[in-house]
Design a protein around this ligand. Structure first.
Ligand SMILES: [Fe+2]
Length: 315
């Protein structure tokens, strides 16, 4: 075990349940710019050009949903340290520290958060060679936005238990949380229920983000919102819906935080702050609907007793 408090180093990957596996793999590999690293009959693991073995995986399911969010830590000793810390906070684990047989391997644990999301904390997975490319392709993922039924409880859990920090608020509707210099790795959006809102893929430059839009346009796919530049996070954005109507974002130029002088702000939800360029206009009802998604019980479907534990704790 390490002497200091363990910390999450970076958002590594997300695993997604999809109702349109074959169509989605075709979209993400032939249009979006990712590449298949592993595949079986009911799942596929895809990478960007960056250093991660995979940045996203898709798993065939009857309903769309979030299967797992994976964070990287420095070492197996840190994974063990996290197990102690989580146990001290009475956070339920569905897998204790050990070697995983999932693609990419590594040494990890899995916890369940208060709304049933599975969070993996992992170290020592397989290295891959970064790819160079002269076509615009995502490096990997840079953030995931999650709908929550209780934004204050979600922020409290991810900050107090998982050690993340609030970078900014969008009124009391969205909270942007970081674990490193990137303005946000996770953002929570107050909603009626817990579900996946969208996954953002990082393009190396704004130029390449726009070239990516051009490629999608060649395939007859236009953004449902964007291009524009967000106030909180200052990132350039364009949002699309994949074949399962899950929302994916090309983003670039995410604000880098200097820890010594950063103070969280509260951004009014005005059109000029939602899009600093003034090009995107308000999000359409179509993209809002796709971002709302379907109520996702996550691991509580398989482990209802864990939900009871959290409810009992709040009582
Ligand atoms: Fe985003």
């Amino acid at each position: 075990m390490t002497n200091s408090e363990p910390r999450l180093v970076k958002l590594r990957s997300v695993d997604i349940r999809t109702t349109a596996l074959a169509e989605s793999v075709d979209f993400y590999t032939n249009v979006w710019g990712l590449r298949t690293v592993e595949k079986d009959t009911d799942a596929a693991w895809l990478r960007g050009t960056g250093t991660e073995h995979h940045c996203v995986s898709f798993h065939a399911a009857e309903r769309n949903g979030l299967d797992r969010i994976s964070f990287a830590v420095e070492s197996p000793a840190d994974v063990d340290a996290w197990a102690w810390r989580l146990e001290a906070n009475k956070v339920p684990l569905i897998s204790t520290p050990g070697r995983t047989q999932r693609p990419g391997g590594g040494y990890s644990l899995e916890l369940v958060d208060p709304e049933g999301r599975v969070i993996e904390i992992a170290a020592e997975w397989e290295a891959v060679v970064p790819l160079s490319s002269n076509v615009p392709e995502p490096v990997g993922i840079t953030h995931i936005v999650l709908n929550t039924a209780n934004i204050d409880a979600a922020v409290a859990f991810y900050c107090t238990v998982l050690g993340m920090k609030v970078s900014d608020w969008s009124e009391h509707r969205m909270a942007f949380l970081r674990c490193n210099s990137y303005h946000h790795a996770i953002a929570f959006n107050q909603a009626e229920w817990a579900s996946i809102n969208h996954v953002a893929y990082e393009m190396p430059t704004v130029d390449q983000m726009m070239q990516g839009l051009g490629r999608l346009q060649h395939f007859g796919i236009v953004p449902l919102w964007g291009p524009g530049r967000h106030g909180p996070g200052n990132n350039a954005f364009s949002y699309f819906a994949d074949p399962a109507r899950l929302v994916c974002e090309y983003t670039s130029d995410v604000q880098q935080i200097l820890e010594s002088d950063w103070l969280p702000r509260v951004w009014p939800r005005t059109p000029e702050l939602a899009d600093l360029w003034g090009t995107a206009g308000p999000p359409s009802s179509e993209i809002r609907c796709a971002m709302t998604g379907y109520q996702d019980p996550g691991a509580f479907e398989q482990y209802p007793d864990l939900q009871d534990q959290y409810v009992a704790r709040q009582a």
